[in-house]
Design a protein around this ligand. Structure first.
Ligand code: URA
Length: 194
């Protein structure tokens, strides 16, 4: 817990990139430091920037709904993002921002050492795949697949899925998102017993 709080403090003081000048509040991430499950989104949006918390806007409400459907409590998991500060007008993260910001994510993951990492959308999936030395062919091709990863430094499963924001605009993706989370839950339950 202390280690995660220390990382969060560093994030709050961070000035490594230009986003530190436009953000209102950095969003280090939050949740159970002992969680076996970590969700990684892209970057804070408008409401996350206002509140300093991850996934508290419309996409977050959809994520909460799906978590409830699969019987997972938000307080039991850890939720964070690739970028800790909001890009202006929610533009895509720039490679340089990803480069300077992701050491924070890497450290968070190393402290938590989750059994399952669920990446939400293409940006977090592309980043985690790059850490696993895997080519990323797009979220549509890889969502719902289960990848065993050891190259992060401990043994875990990486399960990519769609970003909840995408599912807000494309109703069909909500079913996929739900199915992927159900699959993840079954892995979580079986791997808990071993
Ligand atoms: N979208 C993200 O990727 N992360 C958030 O925290 C909110 C919206």
């Amino acid at each position: 817990m202390r280690q995660l709080e220390k990382i969060a403090e560093e994030i709050r003081k961070c000035g490594r990139c230009g986003l530190s000048k436009t953000r209102r509040n950095p969003v280090p991430g939050e949740g159970n430091p002992d969680s076996t499950l970590v969700f990684i989104g892209e970057a804070p949006g408008y409401w996350e920037d206002v509140k300093g918390k991850p996934f508290v806007g419309a996409a977050g409400r959809l994520l909460d709904e799906i978590l409830e459907k699969v019987g997972i409590k938000r307080k039991d998991v850890f939720i964070t993002n690739v970028l800790k500060c909001r890009p202006p007008r929610n533009r895509d993260p720039r490679p340089e921002e990803v480069r300077v910001c992701t050491p924070f994510l890497d450290r968070q993951l190393k402290v938590i050492k989750p059994r399952i990492i669920m990446t939400l959308g293409r940006h977090s999936t592309a980043y985690i795949f790059s850490k696993m030395n895997m080519k990323f062919y797009g979220i549509t091709r890889v969502h719902g697949q289960i990848y065993e990863a050891e190259s992060l430094g401990w043994k875990c499963y990486v399960i990519p899925t769609f970003h909840p924001a995408a599912a807000l605009y494309n109703v069909n993706l909500r079913d996929d998102l739900l199915k992927d989370l159900l699959k993840m839950k079954s892995i979580l339950e079986t791997s808990e017993k071993t």
